[in-house]
Design a protein around this ligand. Structure first.
Ligand code: SF4
Length: 90
């Protein structure tokens, strides 16, 4: 699969929820290997700690136009340290 073939992770353009549950970005900073790939493709969602280079999440709920970039970051992260997570509304 190539980057251009990525399909949004359970979200269609303009959607912020699946089945009534809000989708949020989650990171695992201790799994991060400081590659910087995520902030290259989604600099409005991710930053890097200036001390150790680990990922910093700028927003759990990125704007609709940023969601495709989050998908790219998930695809490009070598440490599988980024994921979408459903926030249970019940
Ligand atoms: S792409 Fe993954 S490993 Fe690289 S900085 Fe982002 S979270 Fe860390």
């Amino acid at each position: 699969m190539e980057l251009k073939d990525l399909q949004p992770a359970g979200l269609r353009e303009g959607e912020s929820s699946v089945g009534g549950n809000t989708m949020k970005v989650e990171i695992e900073p201790y799994s991060c290997v400081s590659s910087g790939n995520c902030l290259m493709v989604a600099p409005k969602v991710f930053d890097q700690d200036p001390e150790d280079g680990r990922v910093i999440l700028l927003t759990e709920e990125p704007a609709a136009e940023q969601r495709g970039n989050v998908d790219k970051a998930i695809f490009l992260c070598p440490a599988q340290a980024i994921a979408w997570a459903e926030e249970d509304q019940s």
